[in-house]
Design a protein around this ligand. Structure first.
Ligand code: BGC
Length: 750
């Protein structure tokens, strides 16, 4: 058994408690000194501590990930630091510049060190699969390990604060930023949130030279952008907010995350940056969150464009009063807080509270003891290639296979066709700020290295991601004719997902579809190797291919990992963390949908007056949780342990999983529940556990899950968690629409 649920959670809770204790003790010993500092600070110095700017150094590609801003020159930023008017900088990893900036801060009147932050989203120098791809492993421990390595590499470059993990539940595949999170499911997002926080922050406390403060973002409901359009408002009732969008944040905070970032979007008409209910009432008073709230990039400034604030000064006032402690990129706090305090519009106590949080974080990170501690790492760690390959292999999902896969390494001529067949582009995926693009292994190189005769591989691009190439299709067809099998490397380019990359249709772009149709018409077996940052609605020759692999953006080891799976050195084990619908128009589409009053119980085409589209049933083409292996796995003998879960008791649910195939496999067994009748309409199914089991050919294993009342809770009409007695369906399943099913009853004791 590879991954546990309850046991793993116990470890997580233990680590989180240790981390919280370590942070509390650092903060406690530093507290008197922090209070003395605050008492001696001018309003300008306080505003400075509450300001973070994009690094003004040329030695960073980071400017590419944000809109143009006016960070000023490196000289100007150093002067600000020397004047004690800058709290933090982000997205640069240049030791000389770092030392210069930190020296300037330490030469300031109060010698408060600068905090160096960055977006380390899926690896630092070693680029791991994009977060959505890692979620496809259904293995949070893998994500913890890659986050740990990312932290080791980033801290060696002086970075102490990470703007990750993104924990936004994303159910509309049109939204481009789903690629940064863990997909559509609440339970899975919670597990990945806590694993990544633990990985970034490490187990030795934040003061450790290899610890990097984690920032679950974007608080909150950024993933619920209406119509999947980035920056759109979220139309989310508070009950749904609490049941779906908030739990991964809670999980991240419980794992010890010391910061969070406000979201760009509105909820019920109020942008997060001006939302005192969200950032103060709920986050502070109800949850007791002690960490730092940073704005998103110019998030306070955007209150003007939203129409919530009249002008810059008003925006700064609204943001600080709502609960945004630190302002990113806009300089609004720097420019306006002193005046707002002087006029009494912002109480000095509120500013002091925010400054206290910044200083406590700096103290917890050990910066007051040794501002250069992280930079003292004995050289850059070597690239973690083996882990990058393991993570990439684990992320690949086999959607369908008529037996064409795995391919033989010898004796077959392979035509590798498509815009993602080779070349250094589109391997690392969005939000690769610091990775070395030359390091990533393209697909053609990976295949060639594994083949007995490298000359048996022909490579033709055929078209670009979103444009035809003159003669491209003809060349591709010729290559397909001369080959025994075609590998079609198609999908989305790196720029088609990520921030501000919403799509109206989640399809393979038309020029690539034309290529796919022409190549398929040749009649050779076709293996589709998708590159994608979101769920796609597959159609035509792509949907009809003999095999389909979902390859996401796999990072540094793209080619090697895909070759490992394509040639059968490893059996694919990834599972879909997002449902693949049949058509784009089904978006937003997710598996744990609310039951309607008119479910299409019989799946007869043309059935009237049911919750279905004219053109398609509202079902997935490939459901959440789906993913084939090279084994042949069957589920059997569900045992619901007597079928009674007593109020404070536990219920063991088990099934047998057997590999009747000829290849070894890792099977990801999933536990789903469904509440038959409740005071709130419940989802069709909800994931409650995952177990990964290694199965040799012919082997079987009994997978067991332990359910308690806590697993059956939902947010009730009074906005409080509740579990209600009654009958539940339960499945142990290879996906969200299959599996062996039984029932049990939750009964009150006595
Ligand atoms: C993104 C954040 C990111 C920040 C800094 C913003 O545009 O929404 O996720 O951390 O930029 O790069």
């Amino acid at each position: 058994m590879l991954t546990m649920t309850a046991d793993r959670r116990a470890v997580l809770v233990g680590a989180a408690a240790a981390l919280a204790a370590a942070r509390a003790s650092v903060a406690q010993t530093a507290r008197p000194a922090i209070e003395r500092l605050i008492a001696s600070m001018t309003p300008e110095e306080k505003a400075g501590q509450l300001t973070i700017l994009p690094a003004a150094t040329q030695a960073t590609p980071a400017t590419a990930v944000n809109p143009a801003s006016t960070p000023g020159t490196a000289e100007e930023q150093a002067a600000l630091a020397r004047a004690g008017r800058l709290g933090a900088v982000f997205n640069a990893a240049d030791p000389a510049w770092h030392r210069r900036m930190q020296d300037a801060a330490l030469a300031s009147r109060l010698k408060i060190p600068l905090l160096f932050a960055a977006d380390v989203i899926h690896g630092f120098k070693t680029v791991f699969p994009v977060p959505l791809a890692e979620a496809a492993s259904f293995d949070p421990e893998l994500a913890r390990r890659t986050a740990r390595v990312a932290a080791e590499e980033a801290t060696a470059a002086g970075i102490a604060w990470n703007f990750a993990p993104m924990v936004d539940v994303a159910r509309d595949a049109r939204w481009g930023r789903g690629v940064e999170g863990a997909g559509e499911d609440v339970w899975l997002s919670e597990r990945f949130a806590e694993a990544r926080v633990r990985g970034f922050q490490g187990a030795r406390g934040l003061a450790d030279a290899q610890a990097m403060c984690a920032t679950p973002k974007h608080f909150a409901a950024y993933g619920a952008a209406t119509a999947g359009l980035d920056y759109n408002g979220a139309d989310v009732p508070e009950r749904v907010l609490r049941e779906v969008y908030l739990p991964p944040f809670r999980a991240g905070f419980r794992a010890g995350a010391a910061a969070t970032m406000a979201a760009f979007n509105t909820i019920d008409g109020v942008p997060a940056h001006g939302n005192a209910w969200l950032l103060t009432e709920l986050l502070r008073r109800e949850w007791g969150f002690q960490g730092l709230v940073v704005s998103d990039y110019t998030g306070d400034m955007e209150l003007i464009a939203h129409g919530l604030a009249r002008d810059e000064r008003d925006a700064a006032r609204l943001a600080i009063l709502a609960g945004v402690d630190m302002s990113m990129a806009s300089r609004f706090y720097l420019d306006h807080l002193p005046g707002l305090v002087a006029s009494g519009e912002v109480p000095v106590a509120r500013v002091d509270e925010a400054v206290r949080r910044v200083l406590e974080l700096k103290a917890a990170l050990g910066l007051f003891d040794d501002a250069f501690g992280r930079l003292r790492a004995p050289g850059e760690p070597p690239r973690a290639r083996a882990l990058a390959r393991e993570a990439a292999r684990g992320a690949i999902v086999l959607l369908k296979n008529d037996g064409v896969l795995p391919l033989s390494k010898a004796g077959r001529r392979i035509a590798l066709i498509g815009p993602f067949a080779g070349g250094p582009a589109d391997l690392n995926g969005p939000w690769t700020v610091f990775g070395d693009p030359g390091e990533a292994v393209p697909l053609d190189a990976g295949l060639r290295a594994a083949m007995a005769d490298a000359s048996a591989l022909s490579v033709v691009r055929g078209c670009a991601a979103e444009a035809a190439i003159p003669g491209g299709i003809a060349a591709a067809v010729a290559a397909a004719r001369a080959a025994d099998v075609v590998v079609l490397a198609i999908g989305e380019s790196e720029r088609m997902s990520g921030e501000a990359q919403s799509r109206t249709e989640i399809v393979v772009p038309a020029p690539q579809m034309a290529l796919a149709e022409a190549v398929a018409a040749v009649g050779k077996p076709v293996v589709v190797a998708l590159r994608n940052g979101r769920a796609l609605a597959l159609d035509g020759a792509v949907a009809r291919a003999n095999a389909i692999l979902v390859g996401w953006f796999l990072g540094a080891q793209t080619g090697t990992a895909l070759a490992d799976v394509i040639f059968g050195d490893v059996s694919p084990s990834g599972r879909l963390p997002v449902s693949f619908p049949q058509r784009s128009g089904q978006a937003p589409f997710w598996y744990s949908r609310e039951r309607t009053g008119r479910p299409p119980l019989t799946l007869k085409p043309g059935e009237e007056y049911k919750a279905r589209y004219r053109e398609a049933l509202h079902e997935a083409a490939y459901p959440f949780g789906h993913g084939l292996t090279y084994g042949d796995i069957v589920y059997d003998a569900l045992d619901t342990g007597g079928g009674r879960l007593v109020w404070d008791g536990r219920l063991e649910v088990a099934a047998t999983v057997r590999n009747r195939g000829r290849a070894a496999a890792v099977e990801t067994a999933q536990l789903y529940i469904h509440d038959r009748a409740a005071s709130i309409v419940r989802p069709i199914r909800e994931l409650k556990g995952v177990r990964r089991v290694a199965l040799a050919p012919g082997a079987s294993a009994r997978v067991t899950f332990m359910l308690t009342r806590a697993d059956l809770r939902f947010i009730g009409r009074d906005l409080k968690p509740v579990a209600e007695p009654g009958l539940f369906d339960v499945w142990i399943a290879p996906s969200a629409t299959t599996g062996v099913q039984g029932t049990f009853e939750l009964v009150r004791a006595g």
